[in-house]
Design a protein around this ligand. Structure first.
Ligand code: RNT
Ligand code: ZN
Length: 417
């Protein structure tokens, strides 16, 4: 698209928004400051580098076999940089514990150390990407259906040790990058069929967490991710939302809300304002569940828009960490990153451009027709001209022009893998 046209459309948008009391430049400045945490696992269908033949377990699934999946650390890095070059702004990278630089050696989960992630830290610094981290309880011979909640003390201790090490690694990352590393804990623990010991496993998980969190760190922030169910664990999930909400509030931990981890009609957006009153921060895993936690590529749909609007309406951008979490193996994986990240940003810019002051005035005056009318009109205000300007300013392709670029990369690189 011609630069001149983008600028012209932007100028018109600035005026249009000014008429409803919105400062477009301020919205752009705010969007510029939002770093998404890009999940490393879209690049290789959650395989990691611990064992190239590992089979994904833990009730999650990457379906599809589109060619070009990254096969090693260099390819993951190359693909992530490529994807990031089409996403405006500065972003973070979210690593799983199985993505260490193990240099061809088998390092078990209870043996990982900061040194295995040193090259990531250097790489991150070199490319202006701060790191976040996740413990990995799935895809391992000791995963089974129970890890931190396993009645077998030996297995439980193995995962406790793993998770403790993950916190130490996250702290090292946070220190290195001079910015806290967000350390997320999600475990798949649950059961396929009815259990008559719901309390027992939850008690075990609580005890494991208490032990894991004994040590205090200054450079990492702990998050606990709840889930409704997993494939093969349909009847019971130890780490349910109630469980982690209670644990998080009581122990001052951040609760991770994955948009695929609730009942299909439950509003995740509605949880933001409640959580903010009882926990210091929130971690989001922005995904797109289709009928189940299918981890489809995030798009600009009502769910994502509502979520972004709630964060902005609560004035909570500094307290909410926004990560992506999906893994689609059926389309170009670099394209998947770009679509999901840009869609999230498109939702955020619309949220930032909302004529909130006027809407709140109407609401305070009980002018409900006016409130609804402006909410409706706001949907078709020219936010896309502001988004195009954001892309232009950040030197990334405007509009659909990233499509042929990703096609070129596919022809030259990923199709040859
Ligand atoms: C699984 C959780 C978890 C994972 C990643 C790979 O349902 O959403 O966050 O997707 O850790
Ligand atoms: Zn998640």
């Amino acid at each position: 698209m011609k630069e001149e046209l983008i600028k012209k459309a932007y100028e018109i948008a600035v005026e249009r928004y000014a008429a409803v009391g919105v400062d477009v430049e301020k919205a752009l400045e705010q969007l510029q400051k939002i770093s998404l945490s890009l999940h490393c696992w879209q690049a290789d269908d959650v395989t990691g580098f611990e064992n190239p033949d590992s089979v994904l377990s833990g009730g999650i699934q990457a379906t599809g076999n589109y060619p070009g999946k990254a096969r090693n650390i260099d390819e993951v890095r190359q693909d992530i940089l490529k994807a990031a070059s089409y996403i405006p702004g500065h972003h973070r990278l979210n690593l799983h514990a199985t993505y260490g630089d193990f240099k061809g050696k088998f390092v078990d989960r209870d043996e990982i150390e900061p040194k295995h992630f040193e090259s990531w830290m250097q790489w991150g610094k070199e490319h202006g990407m701060k790191l976040d981290f996740n413990s990995t309880s799935f895809s391992h011979p000791k995963s089974g259906s129970l890890s931190l909640a396993n009645p077998d003390k030996e297995i439980r201790d193995f995962w406790i040790e793993h998770t403790k090490r993950c916190r130490a690694i996250a702290d090292a990352m946070g220190k290195y990058q001079n910015d806290p590393c967000i350390m997320n804990l999600w475990i798949h623990d649950g059961s396929k069929d009815i259990t008559v010991n719901r309390l027992y496993y939850r008690q075990l998980l609580k005890n494991s967490l208490d032990e894991i969190f004994i040590k205090k760190y200054d450079n990492e922030k702990d998050c606990i991710e709840a889930k409704l169910f997993g494939i093969g664990a349909e009847s019971y999930t130890v780490g349910s939302y109630d469980f982690y909400l209670g644990y998080g509030v009581k122990n001052n931990k951040i609760v991770t809300l994955d948009t695929g981890h609730f009942h299909p009609t439950e509003s995740i957006a509605d949880k933001i304002s409640s959580l903010l009153l009882f926990t210091s921060e929130i971690m989001l895993h922005v995904s797109r569940p289709i009928r189940w936690d299918s981890d489809h590529v995030t798009i600009m749909n009502d769910d994502t828009l509502d979520l972004a609007k709630e964060v902005v309406r609560c004035n909570a951008l500094s307290r909410v960490h926004i990560g992506l979490d999906y893994f689609d193996a059926s389309i170009n994986r670099i394209g998947a990153y770009v679509i999901g990240a840009r869609a999230t940003q498109k939702c955020l810019i619309q949220a930032l451009l909302e004529p909130l002051a006027q809407l709140r005035k109407y609401e305070a005056n009980e002018q409900f027709f006016e409130r609804l009318a402006l909410l409706e009109e706001a949907k078709s205000l020219p936010w896309n001209a502001v988004w195009d300007m954001f892309c232009l300013k950040n030197g990334v392709p405007v509009g659909e022009s990233f499509i042929p670029e990703i096609e070129k990369y596919e022809t030259a690189i990923t199709s040859k893998r």
